[in-house]
Design a protein around this ligand. Structure first.
Ligand SMILES: Nc1nc2c(c(=O)[nH]1)N[C@H]1C(S)=C(S)[C@@H](COP(=O)(O)OP(=O)(O)OC[C@H]3O[C@@H](n4cnc5c(=O)[nH]c(N)nc54)[C@H](O)[C@@H]3O)O[C@H]1N2
Ligand SMILES: Nc1nc2c(c(=O)[nH]1)N[C@H]1C(S)=C(S)[C@@H](COP(=O)(O)OP(=O)(O)OC[C@H]3O[C@@H](n4cnc5c(=O)[nH]c(N)nc54)[C@H](O)[C@@H]3O)O[C@H]1N2
Ligand SMILES: [Mo]
Length: 756
């Protein structure tokens, strides 16, 4: 038996291996609270769903003209030797490039893949494809697309907000009142992009509670902050946070509880916004009564919360999910405006922040060290679409999409290459994606498992998992770097993404440019060397690469944080302007107003989403579906493993439902239900949950997409919420995903449906 160190995006683990099989997975001593689903590796890595050999879809191989595209997703695969499939893929890439140009290759390949700086699947793909002449890429993330576009206009670049916003320590010591829109769902802090060493978010929230910080959870679900008392929850309708905040802002304005000085010295456009707030032009004062009718909360509670917020050192946070909804730019903009009215921005423990409870690194105060990455070169095409507009692009070549002041023309995609992401997990309205996905001539995918993205491909290269290769885990928001050891032999004939692209690059004549003649270990060493030079320039030394490998882990120096985020700006906004056009907080943005967007005017506004509980459609589909992140896995990864499967109902994802809502439909705890709307339907297993609004149901994401008979508009059998969600952009500004804007109805599933 031998022990190896490995790292995942849900923690660092020591794994034991006996006779080529994993026998145990244990959290390392530095981690006080390892992820609950760490055991997934045990049976997940060598699961029967692993891809053993290169494979090609039958219809694609046999029908050279139409490629039997209508069978993509339901067809059989045949195994083909590596050299043959590499040749087929290289020939197809060459054909598409020659006939249609590189822009007709989509290499967006969004997704989380695995931890490790060298074997990062997208980086490997992008390096390969850049040398090949480039491709159409995707910009921004499903996580925070709307935030990434709105916040730089209003206050600061997203990276700055994410990494510089107040730390848990500061909030613990200085905050009196913490108002959390969307709560602080600790299940999500099990993971962090690129890796996480010390899971300590629950400890941190506990320390705030111990220190007497008062929390208010404004969310449709008490489970988003279960630590606090009943009277500290305000259960509002989903997607109505802006109306709620406007009601609060109205009281601040009319009761003169706002910091007019801060608004005039540090912000631009409050006067215009105040006209809207008071209803000067539209005749609708955004009063607590007005807000109460929209949000279905009590007007008096809005009034008293406003007074309390003005009288205490208040911090306002927003969960990322708030902006993953139609008009998702607005709640984040409004949080900045509300905090500006309170006037505490740049003071200790006050102001605003986002995503406390989104990932484990949020609120940490580690040194933000820019670790070196795999050099990816330049995309000669230099062209990208907003990430969540993929189905639109595939369906409407030649059309234009508005995005942040530009009109982007959709290319006519002929070939998709995906490595390290799963659009049949992450995209909305999967029935629509199915139609779109069948348009290109060819889909090539590198994947370890026969997960949905592999099943929906034509050419499938079996990829290794991180346990089958060596790597460095080092994330710019973690306080450690780890050497990831190779614990297992590659599964059957699988190869790392790097080896796959090396074979392709060699076939296409640029193998040496791609590999620089470096071995895996030499690449790791070069990443370490470049990081060492950066460390030197910042005044500290990394150990030698050999010493690092020997030790297994390296802890970065502590951060010497000077001052509070935005305190310089607060002290002197002229000397220390923000990176916004005016250098001030933009409550009104001339630039955004200049775009003349219907769905994103010049200051934050309440715009009813296309679907919500106040819409007429709620008469037909009376429940708001929230599809939060799963507690039992990372997205769709290791859904096949026992840990995730054991927490399902008859193999279906659990749908959380208020007992009263369930009983009124004759649904018992543990019953199978059908969730449906005009876009689709899926099965799920009902679980009663007190403390959830009666008109809201929650179905976590990540069940492997499994439409009955693989057909469009059929019943999805595993409980994937994206069979139901809507595929529209947040607005013309950011074009982010609107997953949280979705009405449905549910009924008890009949016996026939359960048997499919
Ligand atoms: N309804 C709804 N939908 C959502 C969301 C929501 O809130 N609601 N959230 C959205 C968000 S925030 C996100 S970030 C996305 C996440 O969506 P994704 O990041 O696309 O989901 P993952 O399941 O992590 O996909 C990773 C894929 O990479 C594969 N993989 C792992 N390691 C390797 C490797 O080394 N090489 C290769 N080639 N492949 C590998 C895995 O098997 C898996 O298929 O989902 C989005 N979708
Ligand atoms: N275990 C685990 N953790 C994860 C992930 C995972 O797959 N598994 N994925 C990671 C990723 S990629 C991301 S981007 C983050 C996402 O982090 P978040 O976006 O914060 O996560 P969600 O779970 O989608 O939503 C958090 C809560 O917001 C509430 N909410 C939803 N809509 C509304 C609304 O309109 N108003 C209000 N007030 N509240 C609302 C829901 O009740 C939900 O529980 O999570 C990360 N963490
Ligand atoms: Mo995300």
């Amino acid at each position: 038996m031998k022990s190896y160190r490995t790292a995942t995006q849900w923690g660092v683990y020591d794994v034991c291996v006996e006779n080529g099989e994993l026998t145990s997975v244990s959290g390392i001593k530095e981690d006080p609270d390892p992820s609950k689903f760490s055991s997934s590796l045990l049976d997940g890595v060598h699961h029967p769903t692993r891809i053993k050999r290169p494979a090609v879809r039958k219809g694609w191989l046999e029908d050279k003209v139409s490629r039997a595209r209508h069978l993509r997703g339901v067809d059989d695969f045949v195994e083909v030797p590596w050299d043959e499939l590499i040749e087929l893929a290289a020939d197809e890439l060459t054909r598409v490039k020659a006939q249609h140009g590189n822009r007709c290759i989509f290499g967006g390949s969004y997704g989380w893949a695995s931890a490790g700086r060298f074997h990062h699947a997208q980086s490997q793909l992008h390096r390969f494809i850049n040398f090949f002449g480039g491709c159409t890429r995707a910009m921004n993330s499903y996580s925070t697309a709307a935030a990434q576009v709105i916040l730089p206009h209003v206050v600061a670049p997203w990276e700055e907000v994410e990494l510089e916003q107040p730390s848990w320590q500061e909030l613990r010591d200085e905050t009196e009142l913490f108002v959390a829109f969307g709560g602080i769902p600790l299940r999500n802090t099990q993971v962090a992009y690129g890796g996480i060493t010390e899971h300590n978010s629950s400890e941190k929230v506990e320390s705030l509670l111990q220190n007497g910080v008062e929390f208010i959870n404004v969310s449709p679900n008490v489970a988003d902050l279960p630590q606090v008392n009943t009277n500290q929850h305000i259960l509002l309708r989903p997607n109505t946070d802006v109306a709620f905040m406007l009601g609060v802002a109205y009281i601040l304005e009319v009761e003169e509880l706002l910091d007019r000085r801060f608004l005039s010295t540090h912000c631009k456009g409050y006067k215009t916004f105040a006209r809207y707030l008071l209803g000067k032009d539209d005749g609708i004062p955004k009063s607590p009564e007005w807000a109460s009718a929209i949000t279905d909360t009590v007007a008096d509670e809005i009034v008293s919360l406003a007074r309390k917020m003005a009288s205490k050192r208040t911090f306002v946070s927003g969960a990322w999910s708030l902006q993953r909804a139609h008009h998702g730019e607005q709640p984040f903009w409004m949080i900045v405006v509300l905090s500006s009215m309170l006037g505490g921005i740049g003071l200790k423990g006050q102001g605003f922040g986002f995503g406390y409870g989104a990932e484990g690194f949020i609120g940490s105060d580690y040194l933000r060290f820019p670790w070196a990455t795999l050099p990816k070169g330049r995309n000669p095409e230099g062209f990208a679409i907003p990430v969540a507009r993929i189905a639109d692009m595939l369906l409407n070549p030649g059309d234009h999409v508005e995005y942040d002041g530009d009109a982007i023309e959709y290319p006519d995609i002929k070939l998709i290459y995906w490595a390290g992401g799963n659009p049949f997990h992450h995209h909305q309205d999967l029935n629509r994606l199915v139609s779109a996905w069948r348009r290109p001539d060819t889909v090539i995918v590198n994947e370890p498992w026969w997960s949905p993205i592999a099943k929906w491909a034509d050419i499938v290269f079996p990829a290794t998992t991180s346990l089958e290769r060596q790597d460095i885990c080092a994330s710019s928001h973690d306080n450690y770097a780890h050497f990831m050891e190779r614990a297992l032999k590659p599964h059957h004939e699988s190869k790392s993404d790097h080896e796959i692209f090396t074979l392709l690059a060699s076939k296409l004549g640029f193998g040496e440019r791609f590999t620089e003649n470096k071995s895996e270990l030499e690449w790791l060493e070069s990443i370490w060397q470049r990081s060492s030079s950066t460390a030197k320039s910042l005044g500290f030394e990394l150990p030698s690469f050999d010493d690092f490998c020997l030790a297994g882990s390296y802890r970065l120096p502590d951060r010497d944080r000077k001052g509070v985020w935005l305190s310089d700006f607060r002290t002197d906004p002229m000397k220390n302007p923000l990176k916004t056009p005016s250098g001030l907080i933009e409550i009104y943005s001339d630039k955004i107003a200049g775009f003349s967007y219907r769905e994103c005017p010049g200051h934050p506004v309440w715009l009813p989403p296309i679907e919500w509980l106040g819409a007429e459609l709620a008469n037909t589909y009376p429940l708001h579906l929230l599809s939060c992140q799963p507690a039992t896995r990372l997205h769709s990864q290791y859904d096949q493993a026992q840990y995730s499967q054991d927490r399902k109902v008859q193999g279906c994802e659990v749908l959380f439902i208020n007992p009263k809502t369930a009983i009124s439909r004759g649904i018992g705890d543990g019953d199978m239900v059908k969730v449906f709307n005009a876009r689709g339907a899926c099965l799920a297993g009902a679980r009663y949950q007190e403390g959830l609004r009666r008109d809201v149901v929650v179905l976590p994401t990540g069940s492997w997409f499994n439409p009955a008979f693989g057909e469009e508009h059929s019943l999805e059998l595993n409980g994937n919420p994206n069979a139901l969600t809507i595929d529209i952009g947040t607005s013309e500004l950011a074009q982010g995903p609107s997953a949280q804007t979705c009405l449905v109805e549910i009924e008890k599933a009949d016996e026939k449906e359960k048997r499919i």
